[in-house]
Design a protein around this ligand. Sequence first.
Ligand code: ZN
Length: 401
Amino acid sequence: MSNKWESNAEIQRFREYLRIRTVQPNINYGECIEFLKKQARDLDLPIEIHHPYDETKPIAVITWHGTDPTLSSIVLNSHMDVVPVFENLWTHPPFGADIDEQGQIFARGTQDMKSVGMQYLGAIKVLKDKGIRLKRTFHVIYVPDEEIGGDNGMRLFVKTEAFRRLNVGFALDEGIATPDEVFSVFYAERSVWRVDFICHGTTGHGSLLLENTAGEKLRHIIDRMMDFRAEQQKILKNNPELSIGDVTTVNLTIISGGVQSNVVPPSLTALFDVRIAVDVDHDAFEAMLRNWCKEAGGDIDIQFVAKRPKVPPTKIDSSNPFWEAFHETLVDDLHLKIKPLVFPGRTDSCYIREVGVPAIGFSPLNNTPVLLHDNDEFVSADVYLTGISIYTKLIEKIGNL
Ligand code: ZN
């Protein structure tokens, strides 16, 4: 198949990146790093590879130096990995990067988020080709394993001396595509908690009515958690201004326990996935959970499988000059519509914000069906190239702040 987009150098670079199988689990990042080294060479930019975990989890940093080294730098972050595919449910090979007659490019990672990783470079190339030099230094960072929590990637990297030396003042990271013209812009994330309630109780014969059984306690905990869930659902439904990231979500994900059908077990366990809204006091929330355990009859252990700290949102007002520049570029200069939101899931921005660096999640993918982690993930070539123009303006503005 041949069409007008195939000869475009930016589309070629993007499709080449999409064909590298950085798919979870157990990724070999070697080919991807070689590809990024080649991009850095082509752009005449230095690249450094860091290994905050070990050799299998590389982090690439491509740097475009600014003219004023006293100013803080800007990070343009993206992750190299993508989620698995159900190949038989795709109409195009998921690592083929086919482009159809309408210019739709199909591959895992077209939206999440190999597009963004290459658009950053496309924008820098436009500026460099014009001979433009910006005041601030840009670090284009490629991290591993975001899709499995970033524990051996960005979480470690932000705590290294190497990261500290980058002197980062602001970061851009991923957002989500939108089916209409309004771009979503993410300034915060909820805190992920995974709470395991291990309910201990009287054991005995299944024919009796024993007191203080694990089952009764488990019922109480599930009731309280589900009542809380229903309240949050109501808050969300009754206020059209709110989106899912504005409320606390609670979901029962695993129940386990029991030994035999006629034996009352010594313990039963319920695991909840909880995403705590940004305005909730964590200590008060935990106290509420512990109080429910007491109400249920006690002897319930709480184990936190995950317990992310409260991370302040990135300011989206005049106190943050980077936000002002972001807003001005998109809304005033480019006449685009944006909607600031709390991200519904988790991205590596949480680690960046945790070390005090303001970060905005933004993928310039509007008028695009939301297909991240889905079958037939695609982006249209026109949307992709427009995204490069948006980043070009944005980088130029922020880089001269
Ligand atoms: Zn992503």
